[in-house]
Design a protein around this ligand. Structure first.
Ligand code: NAP
Length: 368
């Protein structure tokens, strides 16, 4: 890190994830919010007027943000790039538009830390869960070469749903390779950018379908568990995941039920050993003591002592909503083991995960 404070922009600042960025960055020790940008509908307005009744965070809009003028995310790219050290991006546009927009910021020498899915499968764009695959940042020079940039690049976080189950699996998989898993996710309505006020049909309801989500949950883990080869990240072909997703009447917090089996020939670890691996696991965010790193990455509830845990209401806010909580690890009759795992979808799964990724990039000098 070369600077004491970095100036950041939030592209999509009026949206659900953008609002989370604002609350997470309000007192950030390394970052000052210098730019807010959104669609032409909001551009030119004071933030408080642009966001209006869509503000859905606990507490008021921070005072230093409320009167900032919202810029135009698509027309003001070069101007914004000149005002900040990097941007967070979370916009609701079509995939091709988002891809092009993020590349425009990167080519204007402005690094982009993205919440959007558009670039997740671009082979030289790292898709990072900071505790699991920080080494994928080493692909950035190859991406800069392709884009013709010196500073600019795009780094993305993965889909929110798989952050509720992949961390627990990845920690075990490192020592005991997993062959296949069946995963069912129970996803909060904020994952669709909604609240119970804006989506009253979800009260007392369950929808057994979330468009595109099952594919993301099955495919994205392979990139995260992949390896850099030459100028791209080559996805792993070792772990096969099949997924069923549900939208459930929960405001925040995605839960996953996971059934998994190890590869042939792998000596099955005991429940206690896997629980200890979770308790003891430290990734780079913990070692580097990044501001948003949870002290404990994975919290463990044992089946013997706390069979009804983790529950959304008590687990989702642990360590600022950045921790993963696991429980109910036990033998399965059809697979080797089964378990439950959860995380906060707009904190760890979205804005918080992106802030942690930005902190990792900053600590490692990629933002200089
Ligand atoms: P959202 O609440 O609908 O907000 C969308 C944002 O995009 C708003 O700031 C909006 O500005 C802006 N926008 C829309 N059209 C635009 C345009 N043509 N040009 C520039 N800006 C435009 O969406 P969200 O839930 O925050 O999600 C944003 C992104 O994050 C999506 O790609 C989503 O898939 C991803 N994501 C969301 C979650 C989650 O938990 N919600 C989790 C992970 C990833 P206006 O207010 O001016 O229209």
């Amino acid at each position: 890190m070369k600077k004491e404070k970095y100036k950041v922009g939030i592209i999509g600042a009026t949206g659900m994830v953008g609002q989370r960025f604002i609350t997470l960055l309000a007192d950030h020790p390394w970052y000052d919010v210098a730019v807010l940008a959104a669609s032409p509908r909001s551009a030119g307005k004071a933030y408080k007027d642009a966001v209006g009744a869509k503000w859905c965070m606990d507490g008021e809009i921070p005072a230093n943000i409320a009167d900032m003028t919202v810029m135009n995310a698509t027309d003001d790219v070069e101007k914004i790039a000149g005002m900040v050290d990097f941007v967070f991006c979370a916009v609701d546009m079509n995939k091709d538009e988002i891809k092009a927009l993020e590349e425009r910021y990167a080519k204007a020498e402005c690094p982009v830390v993205s919440n959007n899915s558009a670039h997740r499968h671009t082979p030289d764009v790292p898709m990072i869960i900071p505790e699991i695959n920080p080494e994928h940042l080493d692909i950035i020079p190859a991406q800069r070469e392709r884009l013709g940039t010196k500073r600019g690049f795009i780094a993305v976080k993965s889909n929110c749903s798989l952050q509720s189950y992949l961390p627990a699996m990845a920690v075990i998989n490192e020592k005991y390779p997993i062959d296949h898993a069946l995963v069912t996710t129970y996803q909060a309505i904020s994952g669709a950018g909604k609240t119970f006020e804006t989506w009253p049909e979800m009260v007392d309801n369950l929808i057994p379908y979330i468009g595109g989500e099952e594919m993301k949950s099955e495919v994205e883990p392979n990139k995260i568990l992949g390896k850099i080869a030459g100028k791209e990240i080559v996805p792993s072909t070792d772990l096969a995941i099949e997924c069923q997703t549900y939208r459930v009447p929960v405001s925040n917090g995605h839960t996953a039920a996971i059934f998994f089996s190890f590869k042939d020939g792998v000596k099955k670890p005991s429940v206690e050993e896997m629980e200890n691996m979770w308790r003891e696991y430290k990734g780079e965010p913990q070692t580097l003591e990044l501001p948003h790193a949870p002290k404990q990455f994975i919290y463990v509830h044992t089946e013997a002592e706390e069979p009804s845990m983790p529950q959304i209401k008590t687990a989702r806010e642990i360590d600022g909503g950045m921790a993963i909580s696991c429980g109910r690890l036990r033998e399965s009759t059809q697979y080797d083991y089964k378990m439950v795992s959860m995380s906060h979808n707009t904190l760890r799964g979205a804005a918080g995960g992106a802030v942690l990724l930005a902190e990792l990039l900053t600590a490692k000098g990629w933002m200089d």
